[in-house]
Write a protein of this length. Sequence first.
Length: 201
Amino acid sequence: MKLAEKILILITIIALLFKLFFVPTGETLLSLSTYLLVFFYGIFGVLYFNNISLKTISFKSISSGKIIGAIGLGIVHLFVIGGVVLKIKSLPGNVPSLYIGLLLNIIIFVISYIKYKKNRLKFYKNVIIRTSVLSLLGLILILIPYTVVIEFTMRNHPEYVKAFKEYNKDKSNKTAAENLEREYYRATMDKDEFEDYIKKK
């Protein structure tokens, strides 16, 4: 399963680069790879983090603490990965997802650190490394202003960036909200789809 994780992470990174540099398949590939990665950690997390083979699935030698820890680590992966992708794709829900992921990360890190100091088990060392990396990633994304993300990811659509900034100045401004919505669809739809959208409006 280690190979499967590496392949999925590599595909996700490539998809992310495609998305950031406007390769046509980037958006679709990023969504697909993210779903697969989340599915991997959500379904196989307990097995993977405890080094349990799919051929001989057995929890006899695994303590309840490790099982709970692996489940928690899988959930953390879901929130952090989801938050990162949502922020890069400029979709709502990224901030709560990142904050929840970061909070859970810290809790699991502290517990794993205490456990590792007591018994020096490799399982807890691996958890410490993973939670440290995820915490760093989540913290960086939280600290990067949303406007900066929009300016970079939507740099080919200056009108949308302008509309976003205007809306942020006064979110109660109905005209600014409508203009932001229109420019978003202009940036994300092809010409025919956008014309249909305008006609329906």
